[in-house]
Design a protein around this ligand. Structure first.
Ligand code: SAH
Ligand code: SF4
Ligand code: F3S
Length: 475
C-alpha cells in the first residue's frame, strides 16, 4: 500500500540502530554505564504515542532513560504546535538546556514533532538556539536512527523537516509507558482544516493503518498484560476512508471488541460532523467500549462554527448528543472549547454557555484562541479585547465547574469497577484509578492492586475527582 514506508527502508533504519548500539557499547566501556536519554512530550496523545516509539528505538540502540535533562547524554523534546503556550514552554526549556550544553558540550539536544514541522520555527531555532543538534519533523520520525547516527558521527547539526502528505511505518520498536493501558494509533493526519488549527499542516493528510496491523498490535499488547486500549486518531470517524477494504471506524470497534483479553476500549477524537447513528449503535452494542465520549464542539454560535469550518451547527450537535444520551444512558461526555475566536462577540459566546448548560458535560477542556501562522483564521481581526476574552473564559470555567461537581455528586454512594492506575500522584497513601466513564477515583489500598480491576464505593465528590473505599476485590 502506497501509504507505507517500504520494509527495505525499515530494515535500513534498524541497521542504523545497530550502528548506534556499537557507538554506545564503546561509551559503556569508557564510562562504565550506558548513555542516558531524557525524553519530554508536549501536546496530545498522538505525541505521547510517538514518544513511546522514540523511546523504543533509543532503548534498542542501547540507551537507558533518566528523569532529568541534567543527568542525560541525549535529550529529545517531542513538541506541539497547537497553541503558542505549548511552543513557549519548549523555548523556555531550550534556554535552560543552553547552560547545560555549555558545561557539557557532548550533550546531544534533539527537537522533534509538530512545532519543528514548521519552517519558520526551525529558522528561528537555528538563529537563536544554536545549541540544538538534531531537528526532525513528524514525517521523519522513522528516520530517527539514521539522523541520530549522523549526529553522533558528524557532531554537526542535523535537520530533517521534509514536508509530505505523510506515510505510515510499522514494525519499529516501541517502549510503552504503561503495562496496563495502551494508546494504539489507528490513523494519522487530518483533512479537516478547521480555520484556526495547525494540525493538518504539521501532520499531513489522513491515512489509516491496515486493520490487521492494528488488531495484531492489540493482540500482542493483551499477551503482555494490557487490558485497556485507547484508539487514537485526529478524527477517528475518518478511519478506513482511504483503504481499499470496505471498513469504517464502527467496524473496527467491533473487531477490537471481539479480541479476548481486552476489557476496556476508548477512542479519541471523534469529529461531530462525522459522528452518527452507526457509531452510537456500535458503542451501545459493544460491551467493552466504555460509556464515554469526547466530542469537541469548539463554539456554540453557528456563524462562528461556520468561520471555524467545522461543518455542523449548534442544533445538529445538540441533536447528536441527545441521541447518544438516549442510546447510552449514563454516558460521560467531554468536549473541547475555544474561547475568543477572532470574530466571536460577547453575544456569540453566550451560545457556547448555552451548549454547556444544555449538554451538561462531565468535563471540558477549554482553550483561549491562539493565532497560528499559516492558518486562515490568522488573517482575521479580533472583535474582543484580551481582557474581554479572559472574562468569558473565566465565566466558562465557573459555569462548567458547577456542572462537573454536580455530575460527580451523582456518583456518591454507588459502587463502580475501577482499573487501578497505581499510587496516587498527589498522595502516596492513596491509590488512583478510573471508572469506565473515565472518572478519577482515589481510595486506600495495596499498591499491588496496580493494573487490577476492583470495586470501589464512592464516598465523596470533588470537581475533578472522586474519593472512595474498596468494596470487594476483583470484578
Ligand atoms: N483533532 C481533535 C483535536 C485536535 S487539537 C479534534 O478535532 O477534536 C485539540 C484541541 O485544541 C482542539 O479541539 C481545539 O479545541 C484546540 N485548538 C486547536 N487549535 C487551537 C488554536 N489555534 N487556539 C486554541 N485552541 C486550539
Ligand atoms: Fe484540528 Fe480540526 Fe483537524 Fe481537529 S479536526 S485536528 S481541530 S483541523
Ligand atoms: Fe499538538 Fe501536534 Fe498533537 S500540534 S495537539 S502534538 S498533533
Amino acid at each position: 500500500m502506497s501509504h507505507y514506508i517500504e520494509p527495505a527502508e525499515i530494515t535500513r533504519q534498524k541497521d542504523f540502530l545497530n550502528r548506534i548500539k556499537e557507538i554506545n557499547n564503546n561509551f559503556y566501556v569508557k564510562n562504565g554505564r550506558k548513555p542516558l536519554a531524557n525524553t519530554e512530550t508536549y501536546g496530545c496523545q498522538q505525541n505521547e504515542n510517538d514518544t513511546e516509539r522514540i523511546r523504543g528505538m533509543l532503548y534498542e540502540a542501547g540507551y537507558d532513560f533518566c528523569e532529568k535533562a541534567e543527568d542525560a547524554d541525549l535529550v529529545i523534546y517531542n513538541t506541539c504546535a497547537v497553541r503558542e503556550n505549548a511552543e513557549d514552554r519548549v523555548y523556555g526549556r531550550l534556554g535552560i538546556l543552553k547552560h547545560l550544553k555549555e558545561s557539557r558540550p557532548e550533550l546531544i539536544i534533539g527537537l522533534c514533532g509538530c512545532m519543528v514541522q514548521q519552517e519558520h520555527i526551525v529558522e528561528k531555532i537555528k538563529k537563536i538556539h544554536k545549541h540544538v543538534d538534531l531537528i526532525f519533523g513528524t514525517h521523519a520520525l522513522y528516520r530517527l536512527p539514521e539522523l541520530l547516527y549522523n549526529t553522533l558521527k558528524e557532531r554537526e547539526t542535523v535537520i530533517d523537516i521534509e514536508n509530505c502528505d505523510g506515510k505510515i511505518f510499522e514494525d519499529m520498536p516501541i517502549l510503552r509507558d504503561s503495562s496496563d493501558k495502551a494508546w494504539v494509533s489507528i490513523m494519522y493526519g487530518c483533512n479537516n482544516f478547521c480555520s484556526y488549527c495547525i494540525v493538518p499542516y504539521v501532520r499531513g493528510r489522513e491515512r489509516s493503518r491496515a486493520p490487521e496491523k492494528i488488531l495484531e498490535e492489540i493482540k500482542e499488547l493483551v499477551s503482555d498484560g494490557v487490558t485497556e486500549i485507547c484508539l487514537l486518531g485526529q478524527n477517528v470517524n475518518s478511519y478506513g476512508k482511504d483503504l481499499e477494504q470496505d471498513i469504517d471506524f464502527s467496524d473496527l470497534l467491533c473487531m477490537v471488541n471481539d479480541i479476548p483479553g481486552v476489557q476496556r476500549i476508548r477512542f479519541m477524537t471523534s469529529h461531530p460532523k462525522d459522528f452518527g447513528d452507526k457509531l452510537i449503535d456500535t458503542m451501545a452494542a459493544c460491551d467493552k467500549v466504555c460509556p464515554q465520549l469526547h466530542l469537541p464542539f469548539q463554539a456554540g454560535n453557528n456563524r462562528v462554527l461556520r468561520e471555524m469550518n467545522r461543518g455542523y451547527t449548534k442544533e445538529e450537535y445538540l441533536e447528536k448528543i441527545r441521541r447518544v444520551k438516549e442510546k447510552i444512558p449514563g454516558i460521560s461526555l467531554s468536549t473541547d472549547i475555544i474561547v475568543g475566536f477572532p470574530t466571536e462577540t460577547n453575544e456569540d459566546f453566550l451560545d457556547t454557555l448555552d451548549v454547556l448548560r444544555k449538554v451538561e458535560f462531565d468535563s471540558v477542556f477549554s482553550f483561549i484562541y491562539s493565532k497560528r501562522e499559516g492558518t486562515p483564521a490568522a488573517k482575521l481581526d479580533f472583535v474582543l479585547s484580551e481582557e474581554e476574552i479572559h472574562t468569558n473564559f473565566n465565566k466558562l470555567l465557573e459555569v462548567q465547574n458547577e456542572i462537573s461537581k454536580r455530575k460527580n455528586d451523582a456518583y456518591v454512594g454507588k459502587t463502580f469497577t475501577v482499573l487501578v492506575d497505581g499510587v496516587s500522584k498527589n498522595n502516596d497513601e492513596m491509590l488512583s484509578g478510573r471508572t469506565d466513564t473515565s472518572k478519577i477515583v482515589n481510595f486506600k489500598g495495596d499498591a499491588a492492586l496496580k493494573g487490577k480491576y476492583v470495586r470501589v464505593k464512592v464516598t465523596e465528590a470533588h470537581t475533578w475527582s472522586l474519593n472512595g473505599e474498596l468494596a470487594e476485590e476483583g470484578i
